[in-house]
Write a protein that binds this ligand. Structure first.
Ligand code: HEM
Ligand code: NAG
Ligand code: NAG
Length: 536
C-alpha cells in the first residue's frame, strides 16, 4: 500500500509539480511581456540552446526581429535588442557587465587561456577590466598607431620582403597566379599583429612558412565547432567530464595547448630581446613591453614583487593575436571577394592607390607612403567600411548581463522592464541592415560612404557611429580597431598596386554562423593578373 502511494506520488505528483513550477516561473517573469522569438522561449532556454547548437542563430534572430520588432525574448532569462536608443546605447555605452563575479554567467570566461588565466577580453567585472584596459589602450590608440616608427617598419618589411614576393611567386606554379587568398591574408595579419606585439624577430612568419600556417589555421578552425558546450553550458560540460564523459574531444584541448605553447615561445623571445637591450626599431616588442612594465608596476604596488607574470602576459597577448589576425583576415577576404565582383570599383580603387606618393609598387627603394596618406584615400576607406558593415567579422550576439537593479529596454514609446541578471545582446549583422540608415542595406555599395561631409550631420552620425557596430561600442569596444584598419588599408593598397584579381572558385564563401564568422569553406580562390597587362 505504502509502496503504491509513493510510486503514484512519483508518477503523478512530480510531473504535476514541475508543470506548476514552470507556469509559476512564467507568470512571475517580467520577460513574458516581451514578444517571444518562439512560443517556447519564455518557458525554457532549451529552444535557444537548440538554435545555437544547430548553428542557425543568425538567421533565426534576423527573422524574429523582422517579425517582432527591436526587443525580443529568447529565453526565460534572455533578450535580444536591435536598436540604438533603448538598445545598444543603454547596454553597451551604459556599461552592462559581461557577468561573472556573482552577476550571472560570463559567456566570455571561455576566452581565458592557460587553464583559466583571465585577460582583458575574458574579464567579467568592469572594475578589473578597466584596470587592464588602461594599461593597453594608449599603445592601440589611433595617434600612437599612426605615428609608430616600429609598426611602420614592421609593416614595410612584411609587405616588401614577404607579402609581395609571395604573390609574385604564385606565377611560377602550374596554375600561374592562382591562390587561396584567405590563407595568405590570415598569415599576413598574423605576422603584422604579432610583429607589433613581439617585435619582428620574435614574431611569427606564417607567410614564408606555409606548413606552419596550415598547422595554425587547422588547430584554430578545428576547435570552432566544439565551442557550443563549454561556452553555453559550462556547468554541464565540466560535470559530465568529471563523470568521464567528454563533450569536447581531447584533441581540442591539445590544440589549445599547442597554440598556448607557440604564444609562450614568442613571449620568451621578446623578453630575451628586451634583456639584451639595444634593439632596432623593427625589433621593438611594443605591446609586450608596455604590458610587462604595467603589470610589474601593479604587482609591486600590491606588494608582490616576485609574482610570476609570464602567464598573465601570455594569456593577454594570445587573445590579441587571435582576435587580431582572425577578424582582419575575414574582413580582407570579403573586401577582395566584393572587388572581384565589382571590377569597375576595383579599377577606380587601383587608380586611387596608384596616386600614392611614394607609390608602393613600382618602388626602387621599398618605402611605404605615410600612414596618414593611406588613411586619407576616400575610396579605400569606403571599400573597407562597407565590407565591415555588410560582412562583419563578428556579426552575431555580444552577450552582456543586466545590472542587479534591472533596467528598461526598447523605444521610449514602449519600454519593457527587464530584471537584473538577464542575458542581453545585440548583433552587428542585424543593426547594419537598418534600411533607414543604410539604403539598399543588403547590397555592397561603397559609394554610400563617399561625400559624407556634404550630407546632413544627423544622417552622417547615424551611419558612421550610432548604427555602425563592427567594432562594438562602449567600454568593451574593440581595443585593436585602429591597428586593424591600419593593416587592412596597407595590405589592400599593396595588393592592388600591382595586381588585378578575379574569382576562380568562391563556393562556400557564405559566412558561417559563429562568433567570428569566416567563409564556410575556409578559402577563396582568386587569380592574380599583373596590372599593366590590363591597362589602366
Ligand atoms: C577587422 C578587425 C576587427 C574587428 C571586426 C574586431 C571586432 C571586435 C568586436 C566586435 C569586439 C567586441 C566583442 C564583444 O564584446 O563581444 C572586439 C573586442 C576586442 N578586440 Fe577586436 N576586432 C578587430 C581587430 C582587432 C585587432 C587587430 C586586435 C588586436 C589587438 C583586436 C583585439 C580586441 C580585444 C583585445 C578586444 C576586447 C576588448 C575589451 O574587452 O575591452 N581586435 N573586437
Ligand atoms: C545571416 O543570415 C542571413 C539569412 O537570414 C544571411 O543572408 C546572412 O548572410 C547571414 N549572415 C551571416 C554573417 O551568417
Ligand atoms: C609586380 O608583379 C610582377 C608580376 O608578378 C612581379 O614580377 C613584380 O615583382 C611585382 N612587383 C612587386 C614589387 O612585387
Amino acid at each position: 500500500m505504502l509502496n503504491l502511494i509513493s510510486s503514484s506520488v512519483l508518477l503523478f505528483a512530480f510531473p504535476l509539480f514541475l508543470v506548476v513550477y514552470v507556469f509559476y516561473k512564467y507568470f512571475t517573469n517580467p520577460l513574458r511581456k516581451i514578444r517571444a522569438a518562439h512560443a517556447l522561449a519564455p518557458f525554457t532556454s532549451l529552444w535557444i540552446h537548440s538554435i545555437r547548437w544547430r548553428s542557425v542563430e543568425n538567421a533565426t534572430l534576423r527573422g524574429a526581429h523582422e517579425r517582432l520588432g527591436p526587443v525580443i525574448c529568447l529565453g526565460p532569462n534572455e533578450v535580444s535588442v536591435n536598436c540604438v536608443k533603448g538598445g545598444i546605447r543603454d547596454v553597451y555605452a551604459g556599461g552592462f557587465e559581461k557577468g561573472g563575479d556573482g552577476a550571472g554567467h560570463n559567456w566570455y570566461r571561455f576566452f581565458a587561456n592557460y587553464g583559466g588565466v583571465d585577460n582583458m577580453f575574458s574579464t567579467g567585472g568592469n572594475k578589473r577590466h578597466s584596470t587592464r584596459k588602461r594599461m593597453l589602450s594608449n599603445i592601440y590608440s589611433k595617434s600612437v598607431v599612426t605615428a609608430s616608427p616600429a609598426l611602420l617598419a614592421q609593416t614595410a618589411s612584411i609587405l616588401y620582403d614577404r607579402f609581395l614576393p609571395y604573390l609574385a611567386s604564385t606565377f611560377s606554379q602550374s596554375q600561374p597566379g592562382v591562390l587561396n587568398i584567405y590563407a595568405l591574408l590570415s598569415a599576413t595579419t598574423m605576422d603584422i599583429v604579432t610583429g607589433y606585439i613581439f617585435g619582428l624577430q620574435s614574431s611569427s612568419n606564417l607567410i614564408d612558412n606555409p606548413k606552419q600556417l596550415a598547422w595554425y589555421l587547422d588547430l584554430y578552425n578545428s576547435r570552432r565547432s566544439y565551442n557550443f558546450w563549454p561556452q553555453e553550458l559550462p556547468g554541464l560540460t565540466s560535470f559530465l567530464e568529471k563523470l568521464g564523459y567528454r563533450l569536447v574531444p581531447k584533441w581540442v584541448d591539445e590544440a589549445n595547448r599547442e597554440i598556448e605553447k607557440w604564444t609562450k615561445g614568442m613571449c620568451e623571445r621578446a623578453a630575451g630581446a628586451l634583456r639584451q637591450g639595444e634593439i632596432g626599431v623593427k625589433e621593438t616588442p611594443v605591446v609586450y613591453q608596455q604590458l610587462a612594465v604595467a603589470l610589474s608596476k601593479e604587482a609591486k604596488k600590491a606588494g608582490g614583487e616576485k609574482t610570476d607574470l609570464s602567464l598573465p602576459i601570455a594569456s593577454e597577448v594570445l587573445d590579441h593575436l587571435a582576435a587580431g589576425f582572425d577578424t582582419s583576415g575575414i574582413t580582407l577576404t570579403y573586401v577582395i571577394h566584393e572587388l572581384c565582383l565589382h571590377p569597375e570599383i576595383q579599377a577606380d580603387l587601383q587608380r586611387e592607390i596608384r596616386s600614392l606618393s611614394p607609390p608602393i609598387v613600382p618602388s626602387s627603394v621599398p618605402t611605404l607612403p605615410a600612414p596618414k596618406t593611406v588613411d586619407a584615400l576616400p575610396l579605400l576607406h569606403a571599400v573597407i567600411w562597407e565590407t565591415l558593415r555588410l560582412h562583419s567579422a563578428i556579426p552575431g550576439p555580444q552577450p552582456r548581463v543586466t545590472p542587479p537593479q534591472g533596467c528598461c529596454l526598447g523605444p521610449d514609446e514602449h519600454p519593457y522592464y527587464v530584471p537584473g541578471g538577464v542575458r542581453v545582446s545585440a548583433s552587428a549583422g542585424l543593426l547594419h541592415l537598418n534600411e533607414e540608415v543604410y539604403e539598399r542595406a543588403t547590397e555592397w555599395r561603397p559609394e554610400r560612404w563617399l561625400g559624407l561631409d556634404k550630407v546632413d550631420e544627423e544622417k552622417r552620425k547615424d551611419m558612421e557611429s550610432r548604427w555602425f557596430w563592427a567594432f562594438g561600442s562602449g567600454g568593451r569596444m574593440c581595443v585593436g580597431s585602429h591597428l586593424a584598419v591600419y593593416q587592412m588599408k596597407y595590405i589592400i593598397a599593396a595588393l592592388y598596386s600591382n595586381y588585378t584579381t578575379t574569382v576562380v572558385d568562391d563556393t562556400g564563401i557564405e559566412q558561417i554562423d559563429s562568433y567570428t564568422a569566416p567563409p564556410k569553406s575556409n578559402k577563396l580562390m582568386v587569380r592574380l593578373e599583373r596590372l599593366e597587362t590590363r591597362g589602366m
